[in-house]
Design a binder for this molecule. Structure first.
Ligand code: GDP
Ligand code: MG
Length: 710
């Protein structure tokens, strides 16, 4: 720094050793007074260091920067109005987590700050190991070790102060992220606040004290307003233009109160602690001799344990999937029965013709086929919402972080990928929690490899037909595992060649454990389910109709005659022609033209593969195809074997291909929106197609060579 006069302010919790550091820096050159209007002592001192004149202000000790006490108000006033060149955040290293709360509030003010980890001797005596490098990265500020009472670290502090230009560049980074509900309200208010700021700064330029509040960062103001900080609201309300804005704020607060079932102020505090807890778990190791552990810390010592963490995680995931599949199958059958009843009813009560065919085969069949997995998806999302509500999901991301990093993913990628087992569309939305765009992109790219609910019916019919009994379960499991494995491999590849760059460490928030409220769970479950239903109701409806058209037309041959039967008709439909045209591409995988047609049909939505196979092998009774009777599956197996040379191997390869090739069109559409363009959706289509072909080819040829399943 070229400047000769530097003003620094020491901020920190009471008893963090601020005054000790202050004395060590300034020696006897001190001046004690009072802040105007309050009985808070103001201490100022001076020091010369390497030709710089440094003024040091010892701020009152505070735990935060809200309006809870006169000390906090004074401390933040000084920071906002006197704008010291650098804030020195003195932190008690032996009590890091609690001290970081203030740090996070300071970060929101976006002032240059350096951190002094004081009481390092006490921390070391208590066997608290702090990773300074990691802490500095996670917070985006320099961290200096100090023992104020022994004058250790004082020169380093002064050195950092005069070299602090580098700090300025990162003041906007690494701030607390609040829960999505709060972030949503903040971005809702952001724009209006911006225009208010412009207006206010123009009209009142430098006249009243509110001006300095208006020039503070929006995030800080908004958390203050949403957290019901009376002084911030007062400063904003000074401007008469602010009326409509303030009523918007009030509405936001009410919405949040309603949604969170609590005052947003509590949620803001809790989210800051979730953040600091995450930092501490990442950057310090401590022996467990501390007997003042909170319940959350005690639970975390088990959940995040190096040895137990992963087994517990795997156990919970196993439970989640057991629940989803066992509880989900009876209602699935009911819905399935309902859909076919509706189809039958339409068949019985409508005149034969195009309209009936469109309704029954196109719309009811198409959309009905999608609604069938609703119970599965609801249960999976219910379980995820419950685990999120308790606070465990954040731990799962934490536990998986190391493993995920090996794959080039981030711990937080885990939740979207898990949701991907239900449906890829809400998974894309869930990946928004990844703040690093590259991490998010890689996550979005591999999410389609998680086997979503729509692929399940394809596996079900193929396993039932070709892998009877116990074998079927293992086959199904192997397909899911293959998806996960391919996701890891592809993520690694994308990280290395397509989106290279280090995965930066990011804070993973660890909220307090709690029993979630039923309301909260239901809200979260419904949000994701709704995304799925919307997809079924819009994009997939359109695709069902389109596919129906491709399979139905042309209705007559070139001479105007009717086709002899439905199979011939299908063979000559547009879809059939397309399937036959591209059949050579699939031939090396063991698929004939009929399978090719089914795969083409599945381009829009995977679930269509099943109904297409049903039509192709003229299984008249759709119910038998989807039902449980072994006989009808036997019938399907027999026909597929006779007409298309299906073997268990071919069936398995077809499952692999279905797993890997092209996410459904709804996924592509949402991905286009989330990535702002066609580049990544098209890339996803291309890579999944190639991947599916290559892996299927290897599986088929390998199987033939080894003589498995032929
Ligand atoms: P303040 O409230 O932040 O101003 O804290 P003080 O500077 O008054 O310090 C509180 C107590 O901690 C005093 O008794 C100091 O002697 C002691 N202290 C300050 N820094 C250190 C340190 O680095 N190590 C140890 N062991 N004690 C310290
Ligand atoms: Mg003091």
């Amino acid at each position: 720094m070229n400047r000769k006069n530097i003003v620094i302010a020491l901020a920190g919790n009471p008893n963090s050793g601020k005054t000790t550091i202050f004395n060590a820096i300034t020696g006897a050159r001190q001046h004690v007074g009072n802040y105007p209007g309050v009985t808070v002592e103001r201490k100022e001192g001076r020091v010369k260091y390497k030709g710089h004149d440094i003024t040091v202000i010892d701020l009152p000790g505070t735990y935060g920067l809200s309006d809870y006490s006169p000390d906090e108000v004074v401390a933040r006033r000084v920071i906002i109005e006197e704008k010291p060149d650098i804030l020195v955040n003195v932190v008690d290293a032996s009590n890091l987590e609690r001290n970081l709360y203030l740090t996070m509030q300071i970060k929101e003010l976006e002032v240059p700050v350096i951190m002094v980890l004081n009481m390092a001797d006490v921390a070391e005596k208590n066997k608290v190991k702090i990773n300074y490098e990691m802490l500095s990265q996670l917070l985006g500020l320099p961290v200096i070790r100090a023992v104020g009472s022994k004058n250790e670290g004082i020169d380093e502090i002064l050195e950092a102060v005069i070299n602090c230009d580098s700090v300025r560049s990162s003041i906007r980074e690494r701030q607390v992220r609040y829960r999505p509900e709060i972030e949503k309200e903040m971005s809702r208010l952001e724009e209006q606040l911006q225009s208010l700021k412009h207006l206010g700064l123009e009209t009142a330029a430098g006249v009243d004290e509110g001006v300095s509040f208006l020039s503070t960062p929006s995030r800080w103001l908004l958390t203050g307003l949403l957290g019901n900080d009376k002084l911030v609201s007062k400063q904003i309300a000074v401007y008469k233009e602010s009326q409509s804005f303030m009523s918007e704020v009030e509405q936001s607060r009410m919405r949040l109160n309603n949604l969170l079932g609590d005052d947003p102020e509590m949620a803001l505090v809790e989210d800051r602690y979730a953040f600091t807890r995450g930092i501490c778990r990442e950057a310090c190791q401590r022996s467990t001799l501390d007997d003042k552990l909170t319940l959350t810390e005690k639970i975390d010592n088990v959940m995040l344990n190096r040895v137990l963490g992963i087994p517990i995680f795997l156990g919970l995931m196993w439970l989640l999937f057991q629940l989803t599949f066992t509880l989900g199958s009876p209602p699935m059958d009911w819905i399935d029965a309902g859909v076919s009843t509706l189809g039958d009813w339409l068949n019985a009560n409508m005149a034969d013709g195009m309209l009936r065919s469109l309704l029954v085969d196109g719309i009811v069949g198409g959309v009905g086929g999608i609604i069938v997995f609703l119970p599965n998806i609801l249960l999976l999302f219910l379980g995820i919402a419950f685990l999120e509500g308790t606070g465990y999901m954040a731990r799962a991301a934490f536990v998986m972080d190391q493993v995920m990093h090996k794959a080039g993913l981030h711990g937080k990628s885990f939740v979207p990928m898990l949701i991907g087992f239900g449906c890829g569309v809400p998974a894309l939305m869930a990946s928004r929690t990844l703040e690093n765009p590259r991490d998010r992109l890689v996550t979005m790219l591999v999410t389609p490899l998680m086997s979503c609910g729509a692929r399940l019916p394809v596996y079900s019919i193929l396993t039932a037909a070709f892998f009877p009994g116990q074998m079927g379960g293992n086959i199904l499991f192997s397909i899911y595992l293959l998806g996960i494995f391919m996701a890891i491999v592809m993520a690694r590849i994308f990280r290395t060649w397509v989106l290279p760059g280090d995965t930066e460490p990011f804070v993973m928030e660890l909220p307090t454990y709690q029993l979630p409220t039923i309301r909260n769970i239901l809200i979260h479950m419904w949000e994701r389910t709704w995304l799925y239903l919307k997809k079924a109701g819009t994009i997939l409806l359109a695709i069902s109709i389109l596919m129906w058209g491709l399979f139905t037309f042309p209705t007559a041959d070139s001479r105007g005659g009717k086709w002899e039967n439905s199979t011939v008709q299908l063979e000559n439909s547009y879809a059939g022609q397309l399937g036959r045209a591209i059949a050579p591409v699939f031939q090396p995988l063991g698929f004939d033209w009929k399978t090719s047609v089914a795969l083409v049909a599945g381009l829009g939505a995977k679930e269509v593969v099943v109904s297409t196979l049903g039509t192709l092998y003229s299984i008249e009774d759709e119910e038998a195809l989807a039902g449980e009777e072994g006989e009808s599956f036997g019938g399907f197996a027999e026909r597929a074997r006779e007409q298309s040379g299906y073997t268990p191997l071919v069936a398995y390869v077809l499952m692999i291909f279905t797993l890997l090739y092209v996410p459904c069109m709804a996924f592509i559409a949402v991905m286009k929106r989330e990535t702002n363009g066609w580049k990544w959706p098209l890339f996803t289509i291309a890579y999944t197609l190639i991947l599916a072909w290559v892996v299927s080819f290897l599986a088929y040829r390998g199987g033939l060579l080894l003589g498995i399943g032929i």
